[in-house]
Design a protein. Structure first.
Length: 85
């Protein structure tokens, strides 16, 4: 009978340890989720800022072209030459 009690107590301890381990994993995942949510929100804000800047740049360029004060378009150096330059 004592062996059964010892076994039950041992299993209870193992199960309790496993529960604690899983709870720690869950907490870690919650923290990671919060960090990812902040990262995604920041990325979305950055994307909105870039889109607004691009729209503003495009509008400014169109206005300059309409006014005739826009310089000739800049030439883009091919990638293979850009590395050696």
């Amino acid at each position: 009978m004592d062996n059964m009690i010892d076994f039950a107590l041992m299993r209870h301890g193992e199960i309790a340890d496993e529960i604690e381990k899983r709870e720690a994993e869950i907490e870690n995942l919650r923290e990671q989720k919060e960090k990812l949510e902040v990262f995604v929100a920041t990325a979305q804000e950055l994307a909105e800022l870039v889109a607004a800047k691009n729209k503003n740049d495009c509008t400014s360029l169109q206005e300059e072209q309409k006014a005739g004060s826009s310089p000739a378009p800049a030439r883009v150096m091919p990638a293979r030459h850009a590395q050696s330059a």
